[in-house]
Each structure stands twice: as structure tokens, then as C-alpha cells.
Write a protein of this length. Structure first.
Length: 212
């Protein structure tokens, strides 16, 4: 007998084989893909996000949970598309030009996906213009930019200025983060939000998208 609690627990514990088997079991017993996503996969990743934010889970454990969650997502995504199930929102994310640090951005991406958001990850060392082009192409609700190095932080401001020049600034909310970034800097470049770590980024995105 399938159990959402068992599925969520497998996500939290990072057991991909159990996640995959439980998702298939659920579908075999007639569960809807949407319920599997929200009550099982998202339920598990929500706990992961809370524990990570509280310092009760660490990076390797979060990566294992994210990998396990993706095992389940791979099964239900095609079914969600067929049913017309919409994502909670679309987030475009990337590490700015000259910066190749990826871990923090990946954690944010995993937590967002685990909470039902569609994530378009541009990767690292993303040129300023590429952020703008991707916004034109994907029309996201949120733009997230990450930087670890103080020398690459100015790119965040340049991207926002380019968005203004293109008439796109009012169409997307911008959140910035990274080890070298602080709230004062975020305010100075005209960002809408700042997140010191991944779980607070998730909370900010959920709050902003809910208000759109």
C-alpha cells in the first residue's frame, strides 16, 4: 500500500530507489501525479529546506535528497505536462560573469524544483546580456543572480540596468545572493530581494510569486 509519508521520508533520507518505486506504486494504485508531486516530493523537500536552513542538514545530505527527488520528478513530469499542471512559477537563475561558483545556486535550484517551481538554470559565468536574452525568451517571474567574488558583484547591477534599457525591469522580480553579497548591496543596485542562504531564497520566491 502506497504512503505519501513513506515517499516524503525517502526524499528526506535521499533514497532514490525507494522514491522511484513509491512513485510508481502510487501511480499503479491510481494516485494523481499532482498529488504525488505536492504531498510526496514537495512535502519531503520542504522538510529538507527547513532542516538545511536550521543547520540540521548539511550540503551532502541536501544533494542526496535533491537527487532522490529528481528520480520521482522524472516519472511524474511527463504526466503533469499531459494533465496541463502548471508550475508554481518560473525562476531564471545563474552565476554572474567571471564567477564559476555553483554550489549555492544549485541548492537554491533544487529547493525551488522540489517546491513545484520551474527552474531555468543558465549555469555559471553568465554574460550580462545572456541574462537579458533569457528573460526575453523564457518570461520568468523571478530572476536570481549569484556571486561569490566581490570582483564579479558589479555584474548584478549591470544586468538590472540592461533590463531597464530593454523595458524589461518591471516584468521580473530580481533576487541576489552569494557569500560576498549583502542586503545593503542588493538595495544599492535596485534588486527586489536578497537571500543570505538557500532556504531564505526559497521563502522569498514563494512569497513574491504568491503575490503576483
Amino acid at each position: 500500500m502506497f504512503s505519501y509519508d513513506v515517499l516524503a521520508k525517502a526524499v528526506i533520507e535521499g533514497d532514490g530507489s525507494i522514491v522511484e518505486s513509491e512513485v510508481n506504486k502510487a501511480l499503479g494504485e491510481g494516485a494523481e501525479a499532482r498529488s504525488i508531486l505536492t504531498e510526496g516530493l514537495i512535502g519531503g523537500m520542504s522538510v529538507v529546506g527547513e532542516r538545511f536552513g536550521a543547520g540540521d542538514m548539511f550540503l551532502p545530505e541536501v544533494l542526496m535528497s535533491a537527487s532522490a527527488m529528481h528520480k520521482g520528478l522524472d516519472v511524474v513530469k511527463p504526466l503533469l505536462a499531459e494533465s496541463g499542471q502548471k508550475a508554481a512559477g518560473r525562476v531564471l537563475i545563474g552565476t554572474v560573469a567571471g564567477d564559476i561558483h555553483d554550489i549555492g545556486k544549485r541548492i537554491v535550484s533544487f529547493l525551488l524544483e522540489g517546491n513545484g517551481f520551474e527552474v531555468v538554470d543558465l549555469g555559471v559565468d553568465v554574460p550580462d546580456e545572456s541574462f537579458v536574452q533569457a528573460i526575453e525568451e523564457h518570461n520568468p517571474d523571478i530572476l536570481g543572480m549569484s556571486a561569490l567574488l566581490t570582483t564579479t558583484m558589479p555584474s548584478m547591477g549591470k544586468v538590472i540596468e540592461l533590463l531597464k534599457e530593454k523595458g524589461l525591469r518591471d516584468k521580473v522580480k530580481v533576487i541576489v545572493g552569494g557569500a560576498s553579497v549583502n542586503e545593503q548591496f542588493a538595495d544599492s543596485i535596485g534588486a527586489d530581494g536578497y537571500a543570505p542562504e538557500a532556504s531564505s531564497a526559497l521563502k522569498w520566491v514563494k512569497k513574491v510569486v504568491a503575490g503576483l
